[in-house]
Design a protein around this ligand. Structure first.
Ligand code: WTA
Length: 651
């Protein structure tokens, strides 16, 4: 292995450079050496419940103590059985008697440049008030509340207010369409939705309330809609149903004790894409999730009291749940929260924010890093980034070129990079370097966190050897694990627990190298990762075929420089001629059915889709065609050989 300073940029699969933590960083870190990491990891593996017991007792507040750490009847885990706690209490009240009470919790900046700060004490007041508002609207423990909001402090306040009274929030990313909102409202049977008049995105108003109005025409269970005035645009307020946030808050009491909740009380549902057309509501519960978000935050980001931490994710995704809200607030961190786009008013916005707030830890997505590289170093060079001490990435693999740029240009070669592998389902980071202990290799998420025991299996369910690819599983329960798919027990069992019986199937392929480092090699299912957003190809296909012009559609991912993957659709039309107009109509249709994030980059029309004799669409072939690669492999089962040529000629 080279010393990391001299090596060439290799292919991901052959990356051999090693970047050890600097002695200076390691000496101050929570975990200071690889030996210490291995010692703790082995101890945890030897007795997983005992490992978590110690932290749960010391670091969560218990209204009533638990009497059993773990009850495991695969696939059902109960953590901290019999105990009563509250996530909002752990994020807020727990800090009140301490110096953290007056520490800044949120350093918020809106896209137009407006700023707000909230201390932990102030955040506590707002959360208590909104918890009273929700209770006043008839929301009780166990009720579902949809949140469709911009990245404003009120989104975090609403999440914590739900947690305070035991209501289950379902945050819907503000890029989703009215159809998607209605689907989620109905699946969760949500009682209340919280939104804003609009949000800012790249200088434009995103009219959230108008989209919600449309969604509510199809959402039978929603009784009330609370509207935050963010932008001040004209909106319609439906009498009885729609209520202004500021009016409700003006009358709300600031006194609201956190409800003592059983450890396994549902905390939130978050919809994510899987192998079918219908997104699934991943369910997380109270105590285990809370502990895992807190500990993983502290370990991976090596959090110290004086850090200014910025996770650029939106709360509409799991990263925002665990590492904008629940992890950092449980740990008493100061968090930057930014509403808008990275390139507004110009491409230097992120670096300006880092300089202005003296951010010490930055956590972002590889897709953003690739965009920054494209925009050019001149945007970075204008700003002083010397406050940074640690960098992180999440959501997809990072190619070594982007890793090196992040390391050199943003990290000034002094900041460790934590490449964090995890999923909506896992609740928190599962594999990542611990920055003071584990030398990094560009493109590898390195090693599992404490208490996380991965296993890689081949299709005959044998564990594979070093450097052999296979299905990645997690072999032991962990506190942050999903507890189910909302309303769909069968899907929960079939998706995660059946293929490798008794083990959690992540849905990713991976290999483990000779140093025990893990390399994620892509999905085993029809999930694609577009600009860090998880989408199912079948979901996009379903949207396309729901249009009357379309007879059949097949959707695949193809490599894309910035987004990682782009969406390529192959469509056969019913009677219409292929045209630019038809293409536009279909793009608009997908935007309406799912949201802008799912609009195909390419739509190719074809008179027939290539299928095997048994009628299966030949996706591998389509992927090769979409990526411009010559068709490879066995095509003798092609139903119609001419299809291939026709597809190639298209466009
Ligand atoms: C992918 C995001 C490689 C992976 C937190 C996973 C990654 C899916 C990484 C989950 C990483 C996430 N390296 N791939 N560091 N992080 N992925 O649910 O395919 O939106 O299964 O959670 O993203 O996406 P999700």
């Amino acid at each position: 292995m080279s010393d990391g300073k001299t090596g060439q940029i290799d292919n991901v699969m052959h990356e051999s450079r090693l970047f050890p933590p600097s002695p200076e960083f390691a000496s101050k870190a929570r975990v200071k050496s690889v030996e210490e990491y291995e010692k703790i990891w082995n101890e945890a593996k030897a007795d997983i419940p005992a490992f978590w017991d110690k932290f749960a007792k010391e670091e969560l507040h218990w209204f009533e103590p638990y009497n059993q750490v773990l009850e495991w009847n695969c696939p059902d885990a109960k953590w901290f059985v019999g105990g009563k706690t509250n996530v909002s209490y752990n994020c807020l009240d727990r800090h009140l008697g301490t110096p953290t009470a007056d520490k800044t919790a949120i350093l918020w900046e809106g896209e137009p440049g407006d700023q707000r700060t909230l201390t932990y004490k102030e955040l506590h007041v707002e959360v208590c008030k909104f918890a009273n508002v929700l209770a006043g609207l008839g929301v009780e423990t166990g009720d579902r509340v949809s949140l469709y909001m911009p990245m404003v402090p009120e989104l975090a306040i609403a999440m914590l207010a739900c947690a305070r009274i035991g209501a289950i929030h379902s945050v819907i990313f503000a890029g989703f369409s009215a159809e998607s909102i209605a689907d989620r409202n109905n699946d969760a049977q949500a009682k209340v939705i919280v939104t804003a008049d609009a949000g800012w995105r790249r200088g434009k108003e995103l009219h959230l309330k108008a989209i919600v109005d449309e969604a509510l025409e199809k959402s039978e269970t929603i009784e009330k809609c609370v509207v935050l005035k963010r932008v001040g645009n004209e909106i319609e307020m439906k009498p009885e149903r729609d209520l202004w946030w500021h009016e409700l808050m003006a009358d709300a009491s600031a006194e609201r004790e956190a409800t003592p909740l059983d450890s396994e009380t549902p905390l939130f549902i978050l919809y994510t894409s899987g192998s079918t057309g219908k997104p699934k509501g991943i369910l997380h519960t109270t105590a285990g999730y809370n502990l895992y978000a807190k500990k993983s935050f502290e370990w991976v980001f090596d959090h110290r009291d004086d850090d200014i931490y910025w996770c650029t994710a939106d709360c509409g995704w799991i990263t925002g749940h665990s590492y904008v809200v629940y992890g950092p607030f449980s740990a008493g961190a100061t968090c930057v929260m930014y509403e808008g786009a990275p390139n507004f008013p110009d491409e230097g916005r992120f670096w300006e924010i880092i300089e202005k707030y003296k951010v010490t830890i930055m956590y972002t997505a590889p897709t953003a890093i690739r965009a920054f590289i494209k925009w050019g170093d001149q945007w970075v060079d204008k700003h002083d980034l010397s406050s940074l001490r640690l960098l992180g990435t999440v959501g997809e693999g990072i190619n070594p070129e982007a890793w090196m740029w992040y390391h050199k240009k943003i990290g000034g070669e002094r900041c460790p990079i934590v490449d964090t592998w995890w999923q909506t389902e896992t609740g928190g980071i599962m594999m990542s370097p611990l920055p003071g202990a584990i030398a990094t290799k560009p493109g590898s998420c390195t090693r599992p966190l404490f208490g996380i025991v991965p296993g890689i299996y081949d299709s005959s369910l044998e564990e594979v050897g070093k450097n052999q690819g296979g299905m990645l599983t997690i072999t032991q329960p962990w506190p942050g694990m999903l507890r189910g798919v909302w309303g769909d027990r069968e899907r929960f069992e079939a998706t995660y627990w059946s293929r490798v019986p008794g083990k959690y199937l992540a849905g990713d392929n991976a290999r483990c190298d000779e140093d025990g480092y893990y390399w994620i090699m892509g999905r085993i299912d029809d999930v694609i990762n577009v600009a860090g957003h998880r989408l199912s190809t079948i979901e996009v296909e379903s949207a396309l075929v729901s249009h009357p012009l379309v007879a059949e559609a097949a959707v695949v991912g193809r490599p894309h420089d910035i987004k990682g993957e782009a969406i390529a659709a192959f469509v056969t039309l019913k009677d219409t001629e292929a045209s630019e107009e038809a293409r536009e109509i279909l793009k608009q249709h997908v935007r309406k059915e799912i949201g802008a994030l799912a609009v195909p980059d390419d739509i190719r029309f074809t008179s027939i889709l290539p299928k095997t004799r048994s009628g299966k669409i030949m996706r591998r072939l389509l992927r090769d065609i979409a990526s411009g690669k010559e068709e490879v492999g066995d095509t003798t089962t092609l139903e119609d050989y001419s299809v291939l040529a026709k597809l190639r000629d298209n466009d």
